[in-house]
Ligand binder design. Structure first.
Ligand code: SF4
Ligand code: SF4
Length: 349
């Protein structure tokens, strides 16, 4: 059994080795149980072990192991919560990255169903889908906006494997980049920074209002904004489905484009935490090299960039908010925390 999260390690895709590692980690998690509330993966895992009198994780079948893997959606919360991560403990436990390894191993060893592969190949092409869907939004939203559990959604479930009860984000009538290119030019009096926005598929095709608000806030604070190349997906749908080859192809192209943006004097800002994490961490692991490091070191989550502006001597964030100000807000922060925790682990080794 090899404890590794390095996709280039010779044992990374070995089936027996990966399944032994799953057994080791499932056993540790079953004893710990701290993450029971984060997602379905952990309750499923505990239920498969609890049925045995001796609570032996080694008695889980491959199908049961796979059920736990399939329920992980890579939110990384368990990593943040875990006191046994590689930089903290000799158990060197990184649950989400083990799920990535297991998915890649299953794909490599012919254990992914044809439907699963076809769904990834089609649904993973979010740019192609987004371009078509935003140009015929009314039609696509008849499907995306169909009531969960409806006949339309059941047909989509049967064909594409997307749960009929899952809420799906509708497509926008117009893309974010179209709004960006057509908006009136702004005059910047006190320039404090220069960023290239990597809009992400969600903002580009489904929720452009997030990007529009981001631009307004940044420009109000003297941050010059441009678009990072042509709108492109970060590749996460492929990585999270075990298709490492396609992910790496997408990642290499993006790394080159983003590194050029940094060399042109821009910092990279990402409005979607999962995609920001992919740029900062996964490109380092799967592409590596000087350009990937340059991108990782100059990429920020949208709010992370503003907080840095606020804290940098000689720069300032306009805090004269008007209108109704909520007492509390929900801030999805754990991908940044995950990166910091992981980079901390690298610095320590
Ligand atoms: S990363 Fe996966 S296993 Fe961990 S909490 Fe998120 S969904 Fe659950
Ligand atoms: S991931 Fe870590 S904290 Fe979570 S259940 Fe497993 S051992 Fe416990």
């Amino acid at each position: 059994m090899t404890i590794t999260y390095d996709p280039n390690h010779p044992m990374y895709l070995d089936e027996a080795d990966t399944r032994h590692e799953l057994e080791r980690v499932y056993d540790l998690c079953h004893g710990c149980r701290l993450c029971f509330k984060f997602c379905p993966s952990f309750p499923t895992l505990f239920s498969y072990i609890d049925v045995h009198d001796d609570q032996d994780a080694g008695k889980m079948t491959p199908a049961q192991q796979d059920h736990v893997i399939d329920e992980c959606f890579q939110c990384k919360l368990c990593y943040i919560n875990c006191p046994y991560t590689p930089n903290q403990h000799e158990w060197a436990l990184d649950f989400p990255r083990l799920m990535l390894r297991a998915d890649a191993m299953r794909r490599e060893n012919g254990q992914m169903s044809v439907r699963n592969k076809v769904t990834t190949a089609v649904m993973g092409r979010t740019d192609a889908i987004g371009k078509v869907a935003t140009s015929m939004g009314v039609v696509t939203n008849l499907v995306m906006g169909a009531k969960p559990g409806s006949v339309v959604r059941k047909i989509v479930e049967k064909t594409a494997g997307i749960s009929s009860v899952r809420m799906l984000p509708p497509f926008a009538r117009s893309r974010f980049s179209t709004w960006f290119k057509n908006r009136p030019k702004t005059t910047m009096l006190n320039r404090q920074g220069k960023v290239a926005l990597f809009p992400t598929c969600l903002v580009e095709y489904q929720d452009p209002a997030i990007g529009q608000d981001l631009i307004k806030v940044y420009e109000r604070n003297g941050v010059e904004c441009s678009l990072a190349g042509e709108a492109a997906c970060c590749g996460a749908p492929f990585l999270h489905s075990g298709d490492v080859d396609t992910f790496t192809k997408v990642a290499k192209k993006n790394v080159k484009m983003l590194a050029d943006e940094v060399r042109a004097g821009n910092e990279i800002v990402v409005p979607q935490p999962t995609c920001g994490y992919v740029l900062k961490k996964d490109y380092l692991d799967y592409v590596g090299g000087a350009d990937a490091t340059l991108v990782a070191e100059n990429t920020y989550d949208a709010a992370e960039y503003l907080i840095r502006l606020h804290k940098t001597e000689g720069k300032s964030l306009d805090l004269n908010f008007t209108g109704e100000i909520p007492e509390t807000i929900t801030y999805h922060t754990h991908h940044v925390t995950y990166v910091l925790k992981t980079l901390g682990s690298r610095a320590a080794t």
